[in-house]
Design a protein around this ligand. Structure first.
Ligand SMILES: [Zn+2]
Length: 277
């Protein structure tokens, strides 16, 4: 029986059905996820994210990152604010917000015994710096992004320093959805509008149930309720269409939407080193 397993494993390995790095590491028998707190952003006027509503009110955004551990491999979803920010306790300020990072993502990965160089896939919701801050840690990952986002990140005159170590990485460039491990449990959903190649992630967890990670399709619960579209989005009509399709998808799947930047929802989600099963 053991020999049969070895033969089968070799056959599957050589046909590429088992990712190369997953073979050399202990993959879990069941899908689960870690949620990392990778900084927060105090915005001075929330109405920039929801035009005409709550003008002049400040608010705080969470900046999470997620490691999805599947029996066939590991997928990192978004990477939060850059670890470099942790070196300035007062954070960084511009005309819109102050961003701070109390604890580096690299330290949080180390705490759970994960070497970012061994993570198989890196997918980001979009190219803004609060989502790609630590992308360079995932040196061997295959990138999974929409074609428009890949072009903006890597094919312009100058590659952003936040991703410049990944220029030669393998990349799956999408113009739609992707069932990452082929069993329907981890699906990247194209949802353009915030940027031209924005995407979200569906994860069907065995105990928590189906969850959608929003990227920046929505920024907080109130702008989901009122359909608020940030004034700086790439395309408003495209965003509203993506919202409509997402609401339909969520309903069909019976999924919960985790709005990544929502500070109140963050308090309800167990953070790493806890495991979300
Ligand atoms: Zn964001």
């Amino acid at each position: 029986m053991k020999n049969l397993f070895i033969v089968l494993h070799l056959v599957l390995s050589s046909t590429g059905l088992i990712p190369a790095r997953a073979q050399s590491r202990n993959q879990p028998s069941k899908l689960h996820m870690y949620v990392f707190d990778v900084g927060d952003i105090k915005v001075f006027d929330i109405s920039n994210w929801s035009p005409g509503v709550d003008v002049g009110k400040s608010s705080k955004f969470a900046c999470p990152a997620y490691l999805i551990r599947h029996p066939k491999g590991d997928l990192m979803w978004d990477t939060g604010l850059s670890d470099d920010l942790a070196n300035s306790p007062e954070g960084t300020t511009n005309s819109l917000f102050t961003a701070k990072l109390p604890r580096k993502l690299s330290e949080q990965l180390q705490e759970i015994g994960v070497d970012p160089r061994g993570v198989d896939y890196l997918a980001v919701s979009h190219r803004h710096s609060d989502h790609i801050g630590n992308a360079n840690l995932f040196l061997n990952a295959t990138l999974i992004v929409q074609q428009e986002e890949y072009t903006a990140l890597f094919e312009g005159d100058k590659v952003l320093s936040l991703v410049d170590s990944l220029k030669s990485n393998k990349a799956i460039k999408l113009t739609g959805d992707l069932d990452v491990f082929g069993d329907g449990t981890v699906i990247i959903k194209r949802a353009p509008g915030h940027t031209a190649g924005h995407q979200t992630l569906f994860v069907d967890l065995p105990e928590t149930g189906p969850v959608v990670l929003s990227g920046d399709l929505y920024h907080f619960a109130k702008n989901r309720r009122i359909g608020g579209v940030p004034s700086f989005n790439y395309n408003k009509e495209m965003t509203l269409r993506s919202m409509e399709l997402m609401e339909e998808f969520i309903k069909n799947k019976g999924a919960i939407l985790w709005i990544q930047h929502d500070p109140d929802q963050k308090k309800t989600i167990p953070l790493s080193p806890n495991i979300v099963r």
